[in-house]
Write a protein that binds this ligand. Structure first.
Ligand code: MF3
Ligand code: CO
Length: 250
């Protein structure tokens, strides 16, 4: 069931999203060679709690960490580890924050130190894909318009769209209806309505979109060992267009 939010609920979700955005802004200067994703996770958990929030991923279906930290060929749901990040790595930090019962969800990919031109291009293309998807999130459009905008941008550039994971409604629960696919046909799928709140979170690979699951039962990585990146925002559909609840200040 899709829940349409009230203006008041969207305001509260925006507060949650602003806190989440500030975590990502803090992470920018912390992600560098030698740092571990374990340390980043500890920082994130403390920062969220210090600001009155709850790291909502902890305890979700048995997940143990405040963040998912997915390095290089890991697509999503990487566990934070005590392995230091290396110059040239790319790492996606994904988290969900609960602030006063209102959830927000945002993932961001970061380069570690100096990264290769190829990796930088993957990050740029994946971020642009997210924003092209968001542009389509307007009243009267359909979910297929979002998926199509993403897929038709990245595939001609030689990248692939992961099909096993999708965006989702969000509110007082992390995963609500609808599912928001990152591929599709224009004019197809659910009609987008005012005051829906959902995420768009494309995972884009350099090689095949197919994945394999690690033995931990959580971490998805690319089947061919290619690199993978992801950017995710939580957004509300308003009469003035999509309002990005987790937007960072640049
Ligand atoms: N943040 C993820 C998403 O985008 C959810 C991660 S699942 C969890 O939907 F178990 F790690 F919380
Ligand atoms: Co999400």
């Amino acid at each position: 069931m899709i829940t349409i939010k009230t203006d008041e609920q969207i305001k509260m979700m925006h507060e949650s999203g602003k806190l989440l955005a500030s975590v990502h802004q803090e992470l920018r200067s912390k992600i560098k060679p030698g740092v571990t994703t374990w340390e980043l996770d500890q920082f994130v958990e403390k920062y969220i709690r210090k600001h009155g929030g709850i790291p909502a991923q902890i305890g979700y279906q048995g997940y143990k960490y405040a963040t998912c930290a997915s390095v290089n060929d890991e697509i999503c749901h990487g566990f934070p580890t005590k392995e230091p990040l290396k110059e040239g790595d790319i790492v996606t930090i994904d988290m969900v924050i609960d602030l006063d019962g209102y959830l927000s969800d945002s993932a961001w990919s970061y380069g570690v130190g100096e990264i290769s031109k190829e990796n930088q291009k993957l990050l740029d293309v994946t971020k642009k894909a997210l924003y092209l998807g968001i542009e389509q999130a307007v009243i009267g459009n359909r979910l297929g318009d979002i998926g199509h905008a993403i897929q038709s941008y990245v595939e001609p550039l030689g990248y692939s769209v992961v099909k096993d994971f999708c965006g989702h409604g969000i509110g007082d629960e992390m995963h609500e209806d609808p599912q928001v696919l990152h591929y599709g046909k224009p004019g197809r799928g659910l009609r987008i309505e005012k005051n829906m709140v959902f995420t768009i979170e494309p995972m884009i690979n350099t090689g095949t979109w197919r994945m394999k699951m690690d033995s931990n039962g959580w971490t998805a990585r690319t089947l061919d060992g290619g690199m993978s990146a992801q950017y995710e925002h939580t957004l509300a559909i308003t009469e003035d267009g999509p309002l990005i609840l987790t937007e960072q200040e640049f």
